[in-house]
Design a protein around this ligand. Structure first.
Ligand code: NI
Length: 173
C-alpha cells in the first residue's frame, strides 16, 4: 500500500470523464488499497480514482466516524434520488475550502463490488451527499460548480460553527 498524490483544482484531469471498469487486475486492487490509505491519511469521507490521476470509474467511501466501514463502488450509477438537503461540502481536491451545496437527501446507487458482482445501496444525508459528490467526480465535475454563494475558507466556517455552539450554551444557562 502507498499514499497517492491527490490532484487539486486546476489540474485538467479533474475535468475529464472517467472510463468504465471492465476487469479487475492486480493493479486495480492495488489502486483501491492505495485510495483507502490516501482517504484515511487525509481524513476524507470519499475519494474517486480520478483524484489520484486514474481515469477509472472507481470510488471509495467511508462515512463512519471510526473509519471502519470501507465501501468500494465500481461503475456507480445513481438509480434513484429524492428529497433535498443543503450543507457544507468539501473535497480533498479543493484543500482548505468549503461551500454550501444542495443535494438529494436520499439515493439508491447501483455499482459493482471488487469482484465485479452487482450491488445496490441506499442511503441518506451524509452518505447520499458523498455518493452524489463522488459520482460528479467521475463526470469531471467538482462541487465548486454547485456551490450556493461564495466558496469559503474551512477555518472560517469551523470558527463560525464553534461560536454558534458557544452561543447556544450561553442561552441554555
Ligand atoms: Ni471530492
Amino acid at each position: 500500500m502507498a499514499l497517492r498524490q491527490v490532484r487539486t483544482m486546476g489540474d485538467p484531469i479533474l475535468e475529464k470523464r472517467s472510463k468504465e471498469v471492465t476487469q479487475i487486475t492486480d493493479r486495480t486492487r492495488e489502486l483501491i488499497d492505495d485510495m483507502f490509505e490516501t482517504l484515511y491519511d487525509q481524513n476524507g469521507v470519499g475519494l474517486s480514482a480520478v483524484q489520484v490521476g486514474v481515469l477509472k470509474r472507481i470510488v471509495v467511501v467511508d462515512v463512519s466516524e471510526d473509519e471502519d466501514d470501507p465501501i468500494v463502488m465500481i461503475n456507480p450509477v445513481i438509480r434513484e434520488s429524492d428529497g433535498e438537503q443543503e450543507g457544507y461540502e468539501g473535497c480533498l481536491s479543493v484543500p482548505g475550502k468549503t461551500g454550501k451545496v444542495k443535494r438529494p437527501n436520499h439515493v439508491i446507487v447501483d455499482f459493482l463490488d471488487e469482484d465485479l458482482n452487482p450491488q445496490s445501496m441506499e442511503g441518506e444525508e451524509v452518505f447520499a451527499r458523498c455518493i452524489c459528490h463522488e459520482c460528479d467526480h467521475l463526470e469531471g465535475k467538482l462541487y465548486v460548480e454547485r456551490v450556493d454563494g461564495p466558496l469559503q475558507d474551512m477555518d472560517d466556517v469551523q470558527e463560525e460553527q464553534q461560536n454558534r455552539r458557544k452561543k447556544k450554551k450561553k442561552i441554555k444557562k
